[in-house]
Design a protein around this ligand. Structure first.
Ligand code: NAG
Ligand code: NAG
Ligand code: NAG
Length: 431
């Protein structure tokens, strides 16, 4: 018993929960699961199957230490799914029912504490992965602003699981007031859950500022994720999307250690980054360079490039990246692009793969240089993203991709869709 616990703990330290989990085959199909609701295009070398349908809007997927899948479903709650030996879902129960749960979900590496959020509040529960039961609900953070960006990404810092990162977006495309951290918007804060007062921390006035974000397109959220990798320090990456100059909206990846990065400023709402330099003739701006929408004598592009942390990689404007995950050896990051609503032609509606590399000092970074427009490629997408409609945040004639979670049981990349017609989960497997 003791020996098992120690082995499990070491395995968990070495590679998240992966080593401890029973490996499963990727099923060709699962009985009772209807066909893909929408058509898709797949990069060669990959296969796709649908493993779950008939869900409410799927937003976040996490795994417990037994390899069970926990899914946050917007306005429904959190479900837990076990798998049979055939790799298909074998049981589904609601862990937490409640229409306040809307997006964020995270679990500690030991599998024993669960965090989930509503628009205003972050709660924790004690969780038992063997019985799949929760107990001891606590309010950890309260008072998050309400506004047009309602989802809050939640991420436990695996290296120090009492620390929880929690994000609130802007309340408009140009939320000038959010320059003041006290507004608690366009920001990621870090809270020590073990010290939460009984009624929870006040988001706006307590906790530490991990970073202030370039924020956000309608309906999307700043996304950051924590990874633990063998023999490495922990890296937190976040993927954010920001609005700028009409022809130059961009999104970015930034990389940093949540234990050390504090008060980093990524430019919002003053400095934005260039996607296509061809839109900036007569300048020496490159992809990823910062610029000011309306420069003046005291604030110009150079002011930004001296003050704001530059993006490590930028994405096509309006992609609306919403979740990211790494494969088991951290060779690639996968990002879901929820898709645009006010761009013609539309863009997004896909999963992209970003090759990563491990530097000599143990940090993981994208392979592509910061000024690359080709640092990622599509692996799964709507056949013609330009014709995808977005009549509302979750309505479309295409899937609206959300959750991304690499399977500890070896089946590949699990991807969710929050299209209100049907919440679906797909499995994408590299051959
Ligand atoms: C599903 O679970 C039941 C009950 O635990 C078990 O008898 C059955 O073999 C499982 N199915 C598969 C495909 O593993
Ligand atoms: C110059 O631009 C900055 C950044 O947008 C702004 O804060 C400042 O008020 C502007 N100054 C003047 C004189 O317009
Ligand atoms: C690791 O090395 C890279 C490249 O030299 C550097 O940019 C980065 O700041 C270093 N990170 C740490 C945590 O030392």
């Amino acid at each position: 018993m003791h020996l098992f616990k120690i082995v499990a703990a070491v395995a968990a330290l070495a590679s998240g929960t992966e080593a401890a989990v029973r490996q499963l085959p990727k099923p060709a199909s699962c009985s009772g699961v209807a066909n893909f609701r929408y058509q898709y295009k797949l990069e060669s070398g990959w296969s796709a199957m649908k493993i779950a349908g008939g869900l409410k809007q799927v937003r976040t997927i996490v795994w417990d230490t037994e390899g069970n899948m926990l899914v946050s479903q917007n306005t429904r709650g959190i479900s837990v799914h076990t798998f049979g030996d055939n790799g298909c879902i074998n049981s589904t129960t609601m862990l937490i029912s409640g229409n306040q749960i809307n997006h964020g979900l995270s679990i500690t590496p030991d599998g024993k504490t669960l965090y989930a959020s509503s628009e205003t509040t972050l709660w924790s529960w004690a969780y038992d992965p063997l019985t799949r039961k929760i107990s001891n609900q606590k309010t950890i953070v309260r008072g998050m602003s309400t506004g047009i960006h309602s989802s809050r990404t939640v991420a436990v810092v695996p290296q120090q699981p009492n620390l929880v990162l929690l994000q609130v977006g802007s309340n408009s495309n140009f939320d000038m007031a959010s320059q003041q951290p006290g507004t608690g918007r366009a920001i990621i804060k870090i809270f020590d859950a073990s010290k939460a007062p009984s009624n929870g921390f006040n988001y706006n006035t307590e906790g530490e500022v991990s970073r202030t974000l370039p924020e956000l397109k309608m309906g999307s959220a700043a996304i950051f994720t924590s990874i633990t990798r063998p023999r490495s320090s922990i890296t937190v990456s976040h993927v954010v999307t920001y609005r700028t100059h009409p022809c130059s909206l961009t999104n970015m990846v930034a990389v940093g250690d949540p234990l050390t990065v504090r008060n980093a400023w990524y430019g919002y709402p003053t400095c934005f980054s260039v996607w296509n330099p061809a839109n900036f003739p007569n300048s020496n701006l490159k992809t990823g360079s910062h610029f000011v929408v309306s420069p003046n004598s005291s604030y110009n592009d150079a002011t930004c490039n001296g003050r704001a942390v530059p993006p490590r990689l930028t994405f096509q404007a309006h992609s609306a990246p919403i979740a990211n995950t790494f494969d088991s050896d951290a060779k690639n990051m996968y990002v879901t692009f929820h898709g645009s609503w006010n761009r013609q032609p539309a863009t997004g509606f896909k999963v992209v793969q970003i090759p990563f590399t491990k530097l000599a000092n143990g940090t993981y970074e994208p392979v592509a240089p910061a000024d690359s427009m080709t640092g990622y490629k599509d692996i799964f997408s709507a056949p013609n993203p330009g014709s995808c409609t977005a009549n509302g945040l979750t309505m479309s004639n295409c899937f609206r991709l959300t959750a991304a979670a690499w399977d500890p049981a070896g089946r590949g990349l699990f991807v969710g869709s929050d299209n209100s017609a049907e919440g679906e989960i797909y499995v994408l497997t590299p051959n």
